[in-house]
Write a new protein. Sequence first.
Length: 451
Amino acid sequence: MTVTPTASATGFRLRRLDLRNPDATTAATIAGLVRRGSVPDARVRDGARAILDDVRLRGEAAVEEASRRYGGGPGDGTLIKDRSSLKEAAARLSPEIRRALDQAIANVRRFAETQRPPATATTTIGPGVEIERRWTPLHRVGCYVPGGSAPYPSSLVMTVVPAHVAGVSDIVVASPAADDGRVDDVLLGAAGLLHVDALLVAGGAQAIGALAFGLPGIGLAPVDRIVGPGNAWVTAAKLEVASVVGIDLPAGPSEGMVLADASADPAIVAADLVTQAEHGPDSPAILVTSDTQLADAVESEIAALLPRLERREILERALRDHGWIVIPRGLDAATEFVNDYAPEHLSVDLADAEAAVARIESAGSIFVGPWAPESAGDYATGANHVLPTGGLARSCGPLSVEAFGRFSQVQRLDRGGLESIAATIRTLATAEGLTAHRNAVDVRFRTDRDR
């Protein structure tokens, strides 16, 4: 059953969901967790739609007005940072920051290069029937990078590098300024290092609208696809423009889950549990363990850790509203819950971690063992940190090179090939009442005097 959190000896406790003796309340709680979704509510969708309509009609004036109202606009009024100004920002980076960015970029590129599909692959269906599957990079993409209260140059790396590897020719980044109107110097420098063509200083739905529809007045052309994480307004806007421009996936709040047993170090589990909750007060943090003593110890470690963290207020809200300890009946039930929940990030800290990992089917990124913190993947391993949230890991994967291209089919037939499948075409076209389809075959086999 679900246990209401109470103050422990440390003054801190997460809600507990006991799966060992489930009842109707437990089933309802599980359903709410695993079918949470990443799509924002109707009010946000309506608000985002109104902003998008305005951007479509009024261009940069609408973007500037929305930025004044909701924040994220440039303090100096310059909406676009061009390539030359980004290169200047790259030159100003400190040696330490430059080394860190260079390593992150190199690692992401190395992993991304393994993902590029072959340019073409041909299958012979039968004599005279051949299909080519051709992969072509997108021409122009827009990468949304969160900003404002916290800049994310790491997200810029994660979105831009795979686009380069794919062969995308034009890359535009959109990212909001801080409350004082400034854009983070490291973010600008990272964009310069990566030869980004332009950086739009805007956030939220107005930034997505600018990428999707373009801003003709300042020479910003529409993109072919928009990728990258964002808040509820960004997610809502991406869903609204999906009929006009491609999107990667709707991403909700960042999620962290830890699967652990008695062999785990409570301090490490606590550190991993709060990592993703640092992103925002709506970020879930869930510990799955059959060991209640470990659960108690982790709570104590979190209570000791929180006062030492800069974003303590955000963390406390996230853990209070979206934090759980799930207590299953053994490892089988634990992995079943993990797969049903389909977390964005999953840390596995078990005595036999690899055996459990082999049974995990639904998770965006899996971190195995005590030496694999989620922050390693967020910054430096080379794996992409733009991941499916809201349970979408059941059907979607991390952002990859494939997202920056598209496949087309090239079909080649000769007379003998068409003859070999003509009866099938005629029969099925007739069954569907589509005589024009049948005629397209018949006309090719008529003699000149039959025409």
